[in-house]
Design a protein around this ligand. Structure first.
Ligand code: NDP
Length: 297
C-alpha cells in the first residue's frame, strides 16, 4: 500500500481563499480592517522566517499586520509594556508573541499579559481553560489546522483511536483536548475520538502507536516514527519541523511509513502551512468579537 499524501499546502490555500472573501465582506460592513500585531524579540533566524510568512499570509487575505521588533537585550518590563500598549490599541485585534524569546525573558508572564480577547495563539490561561471546558474562544493554530485537514479530507475522528506523541502546550495537549470534545464547529465527526497522549516517559511506545487509527507525531526528533510503529491503514500526521543536513524533515520516516499508512502528511507542505492559515482565522475571529462588542452587532 502507498499512502494518500495529504496536501496541507493546498488545503491551507483553500482556507485562505475562503478567509479572504470573509475579510472583504466583514471589512466592507464594519469599515475596519482586522489587524495582527507580531512581537519579535531578538534575531533568531527561524523566528524571523516564521513572522515573515505570517505577515505575507495576512497581506494575501487582506489583513493589516504590524511587526514590532525588539533587540535581544530588551528587558522583561519593556516587552510587557509593549504588550500592554498593543492591548490598549483598538486598531490591533490580534497579538502574536513569536517564540522562543531570548533566555533573559520569561515567556509565561508575557503570554499571560496578552488581552485574552486578542490572544490569537490561544496560549492565555483563560483561553486554555475555555478549551478544556469545551467552550473555546480561539482554537490553538496547529491543532486546529490538523483538525481542518482531517475534516476536509473527510477522515472522521469520531470513534477512532488517536495516539498523539508529544505533550507540549502548543500541540500535543491542546490537540488531545480538541479531539476528545463532544462537538465542535465542524460537527461531531471531527471530534469524539478516544485519545492517548504519549511522551518521553511512555514505556513501550511502539506498542501504543501501533494501536492508533490516527497517529500524530509532535516530538521534534527527525524521522522518529518508523514503519513498524504504525498500524497498517492508519492516518499519520507529522507535525515535526527538523532542520537536518539533508534539509527539512518531519518526525516521521516518510518514505518508509507511506508504504504502511493509508494517509500521511508530508514535511514540508503538510501541517506547517495550515498553522499560519488558522492564525489568520483567529485574527478575523478576534476582530469580529471586538467590533461586535464595541458596536453591539
Ligand atoms: P516540545 O519540545 O515542546 O515537545 C516535544 C514532546 O515530544 C514532549 O512532550 C516530549 O516528551 C516528546 N518527546 C520527545 N522525545 C520523545 C521520545 N523519544 N519519545 C516520546 N516522546 C518524546 O515540542 P513542540 O510540541 O513545540 O513541537 C514538536 C515538533 O513540532 C517540533 O519539531 C516543532 O518544530 C514542530 N512544530 C511544528 C509546528 C507546525 O506548524 N508544523 C508548530 C509547532 C511545532 P516530554 O514532555 O516527556 O519531554
Amino acid at each position: 500500500m502507498t499512502a494518500n499524501v495529504l496536501d496541507g499546502k493546498a488545503i491551507a490555500g483553500e482556507i485562505q481563499a475562503e478567509l479572504a472573501e470573509q475579510v472583504t465582506t466583514w471589512t466592507e460592513k464594519h469599515q475596519v480592517t482586522p489587524c495582527l500585531a507580531a512581537l519579535l524579540v531578538g534575531d533568531d533566524p527561524a523566528s524571523q522566517v516564521y513572522v515573515r510568512n505570517k505577515q505575507r499570509a495576512c497581506k494575501r487575505v487582506g489583513l493589516e499586520s504590524q511587526l514590532h521588533r525588539l533587540p535581544a537585550n530588551t528587558t522583561q518590563q519593556q516587552v510587557l509594556d509593549l504588550v500592554n500598549q498593543l492591548n490598549n490599541d483598538p486598531a490591533v485585534h490580534g497579538i502574536l508573541v513569536q517564540l522562543p524569546m531570548p533566555a533573559s525573558i520569561d515567556a509565561s508572564p508575557v503570554l499571560d499579559a496578552i488581552d485574552p480577547a486578542k490572544d490569537v495563539d490561544a496560549f492565555h490561561p483563560e483561553n486554555v481553560g475555555r478549551l478544556v471546558q469545551g467552550r473555546p474562544r480561539f482554537l490553538p493554530c496547529t491543532p486546529h489546522g490538523i483538525q481542518q485537514l482531517l475534516h476536509r479530507y473527510q477522515i472522521d475522528v469520531a470513534g477512532k483511536r488517536v495516539v498523539i506523541v508529544g505533550r507540549s502546550d502548543i500541540v500535543g495537549k491542546p490537540l488531545a483536548l480538541m479531539l476528545m470534545q463532544r462537538n465542535c464547529a465542524l460537527g461531531p465527526a471531527a471530534v469524539n475520538a478516544t485519545v492517548t497522549v504519549c511522551h518521553s516517559r511512555t514505556p513501550d511506545l511502539p506498542a501504543i502507536t501501533r494501536q492508533a487509527d490516527i497517529l500524530v507525531a509532535a516530538i521534534g526528533q527527525p524521522q522518529f516514527v518508523r514503519a513498524d510503529m504504525v498500524q497498517p491503514g492508519a492516518t499519520v500526521i507529522d507535525v515535526g519541523i527538523n532542520l537536518t543536513d539533508d534539509g527539512l524533515v518531519g518526525d516521521v520516516d516518510f518514505e518508509a511509513v507511506k508504504e504502511v499508512a493509508a494517509h500521511i502528511t508530508p514535511v514540508p507542505r503538510g501541517v506547517g502551512p495550515l498553522t499560519v492559515s488558522m492564525l489568520i482565522y483567529n485574527t478575523l475571529q478576534a476582530a469580529r468579537l471586538q467590533v461586535q462588542t464595541d458596536d453591539a452587532g
